[in-house]
Design a protein around this ligand. Sequence first.
Ligand code: ZN
Length: 476
Amino acid sequence: MAYRLKLGNQELFEELGKFLSDAGVQDIRLRRWAQVLRLEMAPHRLPEEVIANLVSREKKLEANVIAFRPEIDGERVTANRIAEILRTSGDMELRRAAWEASKELGPLLADELRELVRARNLAARSVGFPDYYRMNLELQEIDEARLFSSLGRFASLSEEAFRRMKARLDRLLADRFGIEAIDLEPWHYGDPFFQEVPPVFGVDADPIFAAHSTLEWVKTYFAGIGLSIEPILEKGDYFEREGKDPHAFCLDVNREGEVRVLLNLKDNTYWAGTALHEFGHAVYDMNIDRTLPFALRRPAHISTTEAVAMFFGRLARNLEWLAAMFKLRGKKIRELEGKLLEEQRMQMAITGRWTLVMIHFERGLYRDPDQNQQNRWWDLVQRFQLIRCPKGRASAHDWATKLHIATAPVYYHNYLLGEWTASQFHDAMLRDLKLEEPEAWVDRPEIGEWFRDNVFRHGSLWEFNELVRNATGGIP
Ligand SMILES: [Zn+2]
């Protein structure tokens, strides 16, 4: 708390500014410390009542989200139940009802969300930024023009491949449901936002995960690569219960390595990937050099910690990893071969295109909150995900059901930067550790060592592009 108050200290902020503009100060570490601290301080220069107002609006939205229990035919269901229906059910009416139930949150949040966006913009303008989106990009040391030009390149480079892949996916889905591909609706895909590859390949790693306690193997896995999570395991919150946040996250409580992970575990592929992802964040936080000054004792960048989390999250669909981790043999491996790789490729394409929707949507939302956001949302979904809006949703607020807009604003680009960086880490490790594909990434302490030496321990001592360049030879 005292640290929070200091972050709002105007004198210190100006002093740091003077310090940075003094060419006489050449100590790189000192300069970086001042720079990071100044960036961290910038949003705290807002008047106390403005911050309090934003926080209370966010809290209210969050409380609505946590209290929300969707209903199907008058019966309350959990988010996990909706996910299950969309992944497994062959009942078209039930699928539609589940998808629609997941969107009932929209009207409950839309007005307040729009108000929150306006309030965030007002706050950003009061400290000299054109809007809240731009403010956050700058505070994340991201150049908007450069980011959106990378996104444009990515969109056009992935367009053709995605179109082909989507056509194949649609044929598989149409076969599965016994309908024409032209009649596919959003609820025929495997989740409420088409973020996940639907289960159409007849490959299913779920039985492998169902046979093992996720917490147990996660612990064994990280210990095997020299990044034990044992010290923090006791303190986390891992299972579903009424009234609990249904999502997943990792929190570094005080930058002293006291890291907490929240999950709603089921022993299946989805939660295996999510557990690997969140504990990926955790091992990063746990291994930052404690002798760094407090301001630098955090990951180099959001996209860098996402990259690490993704590096591990990807393993849940990696055949070599599964085989080594769960000692699979012969027939079990052959059943998964090929299909699992196609599924993973498709997953990455789906993630990439979905991320483009979110990033463009959010930028537009802050540029002009008064526009018809429902139209904008579905225009982007159609353009990037090739999914059209079902009839009768003109007055719905489907855009408002994506919780990140309320609770993790101006964050989504970090997932895409993270995917790119995760692939760079992967390639750099193959090169540096002289590994060869296919590599299982299991029981190799040198993996933990590579991450610790090249990434984790530095905290945010280096600007993230520089850190990634030093670690891998290229920028994200
Ligand atoms: Zn993450």
